[in-house]
Write a protein that binds this ligand. Structure first.
Ligand SMILES: C[S@@+](CC[C@H](N)C(=O)[O-])C[C@H]1O[C@@H](n2cnc3c(N)ncnc32)[C@H](O)[C@@H]1O
Length: 276
């Protein structure tokens, strides 16, 4: 199934490989860094807990999980599509960046604003600067298809027909109840190579090397409980050393969103697997 949003770090290219590694899921599927949901929407588990620290993103998922919120979000997107243009884009971006934007608006309005900005922005990406402001310039499309209703309806139907829980917290608490038979897929913000700048992209805070170590410790605790775990990360020496007791798979992907040309193009990423 297609996703409703373009997301930096999307696993659209590797989702099939991840699906093959995981095989059939009999317990609960956990995805603590769900982002745009390319893996969730490939696996389509009947019971899942998905999470992300990005509040606007999880509000959008919450709208897909409720008939009323979903209809209101679509209605707002139709309105945005009709008003679309450069001036409207920058006006909407300024509203989105207002303090308390989330608290002062309904969930469908927040979700629709977020989806509209993503579609209308340059390269169609979501990126936040260090002050927590969405700063992507206008994408220069005079007319824009803001809503892919067919895709949105499919996601809505899938989420309503299955037992899906959406959370908005740090990854560590998401998996505390995972047990044998459950599957966890972790796709954190990637470790960076020496000389590669760290980008915010998703929020004003950065996922540090200490966070990578914290994640590895959680992977070890889950492994001790016989929970199946797969982790994606970059192919850095730091990550290879961190997970040296686990199996690795190299996957080749085309990286298109990177701010320096030398980090664009075909790269090898890691899939770390705790299967014994
Ligand atoms: C690499 S992206 C996930 C991409 C996703 N697999 C996809 O296909 O779109 C990493 C995600 O982790 C989220 N994130 C960052 N720090 C987090 C934390 N401490 N706990 C949970 N989510 C976090 C970011 O907001 C971002 O959406």
């Amino acid at each position: 199934m297609k996703t409703f949003i373009k997301w930096v770090g999307s696993k659209r290219q590797t989702a099939k490989t991840i699906e093959t590694l995981i095989g059939p899921i009999h317990g609960t599927y956990y995805e603590p860094f769900v982002g745009g949901g390319s893996v969730l929407l490939r696996l389509l588990p009947s019971q899942a807990v998905v999470n992300d620290t990005n509040r606007v993103l999880t509000i959008a998922y919450e709208c897909f999980l409720n008939d009323e919120l979903y209809s209101a979000m679509l209605e707002k997107l139709v309105e945005f599509e009709a008003k679309h243009g450069e001036e409207f884009y920058y006006k909407t971006r300024a509203v989105f960046n207002q303090t308390n934007f989330i608290d002062n608006n309904s969930k469908p309005d927040v979700a629709a604003t977020f989806i509209y900005l993503n579609k209308a922005s340059y390269n169609g990406v979501y990126r936040i600067n260090r002050y927590g402001e969405y700063n992507v310039p206008f994408g220069h499309a005079d007319t824009l298809k803001v809503i892919d209703k067919n895709t949105c309806d499919k996601i809505h139907q899938y989420m309503m027909a299955n037992k899906i829980t959406v959370l908005n917290c740090d990854f560590e608490s998401v998996v505390k109840d995972a047990k044998e038979g459950d599957v966890v897929y972790f796709d954190p913000p990637y470790d960076v190579f020496d000389g590669q700048p760290m980008y915010h992209h998703y929020s004003s805070t950065i996922f540090t090397k200490d966070d990578q170590v914290r994640l590895k410790n959680v992977v070890q605790q889950l492994t001790d409980k016989n929970v199946r775990v797969i982790v994606s990360n970059s192919n850095t020496e730091f990550i290879k050393e961190l997970y040296k007791d686990f199996k690795f798979y190299n996957v080749s992907v085309m990286r298109v969103v990177a701010n320096k040309n030398k980090f664009k193009g075909r790269v090898t990423e890691l899939l770390i697997d705790n299967e014994k």
